[in-house]
Design a protein around this ligand. Sequence first.
Ligand SMILES: NC(=O)CC[C@H](N)C(=O)O
Length: 275
Amino acid sequence: MAKARALVITGNGTNCETEAAHACRLGGFDEAVIAHISDLLSGDIRLDDFHFINLTGGFLDGDDLGSAKAQANRFRYAKVNDLAEHLIDQLTRFIEAGKLILGVCNGFQLMVKMGLLPALDGAYLKQTATLTFNDCGRFQDRWVYLKVDPTSPSVYTKGVAKGLYLPMRHGEGKFVVDGPATLAAIEEKHLAVFKYSDAAYDAPTMEFPLNPNGSVNAIAALCDGTGRLMGMMPHPEAFVHRTQHPRWTREELPEEGDGLVLFKNAAEYVKLNLL
Ligand SMILES: NC(=O)CC[C@H](N)C(=O)O
């Protein structure tokens, strides 16, 4: 039987690849390969051989030039050594084939800076937004409540009733757009999959520290119009089991952590639609 294959791209400063690959396997992917960006640029690893790309968190290129900016240029302009093509040709093919990409934290920053999100009207590779320094001026490391938009096209959030409680850890998580038209389109198309909220998931909030960075409209996650490309600042791979919860010794919690559902939905989507 054909296998559901996930690729976790690492190197140049990522730091969540092991957890991300574990979450992929736990979610139902038959294989999760961790590959260095150099293996993609040498042609040893090809995106065509996978169904799901996980762009992980970390400090790509030391956050120099702004988080993920250098890697965004690498993805957009680097040639693959052994093949007569650029890496971006493989990535474009990957998206056109209806496959899935999830960017977490540094991976979300990468997707936004490459123009993969929000990709309004399918205009991939046109940057219309960015993630910049938190309003508080400091790195934040805390747990946040993320209210889901159940009407978003995201294929990752099926079965999420109200929201997810997840850890975040970043210095450049404030989502901003190039103008009011972009923000209006994001809202109108329900592309803001998750927003920072109160603990009851009742309403999005701009209040610090519930909203840890000051993102416009409290946006914590975005998808494209197909729902197959999604990026988010908090870390779903860091809460896949109840013992990762900060109060697991004091509270009755389900075995499964809140973040796992996103990987389960991704694996299920691949098995139903791409194998
Ligand atoms: N956890 C992360 O991926 C960190 C993201 C990023 N480098 C920042 O601090 O903003």
